[in-house]
Design a protein. Sequence first.
Length: 97
Amino acid sequence: MQFYGALILFLTLSAACGLTCYHCQGKNCADKLTCPIGLDRCSSIELNGVIVKSCMTSELCRSPIKCCESDLCNSAVPTGSSVLLLLVSSAIITLFL
């Protein structure tokens, strides 16, 4: 039962911390930024071979800017943590309920 409490606390805290996006200019992007209040999308744009990644509001997401709304989703490498979290939570529910 303590495990469920810790899991719920972890998920609540991670959701409350805000959106995290890559924030950089160039091809090697490793800098991460927690977006300020009001910026609800991660953005990525490539113009003349220069790639710029940052936080942005949903109103400014127009072509050629690519926007997404999950943590670190503006990376070049797709992440699979959300799928992994879904599988783990499904396994926990199946085992204990």
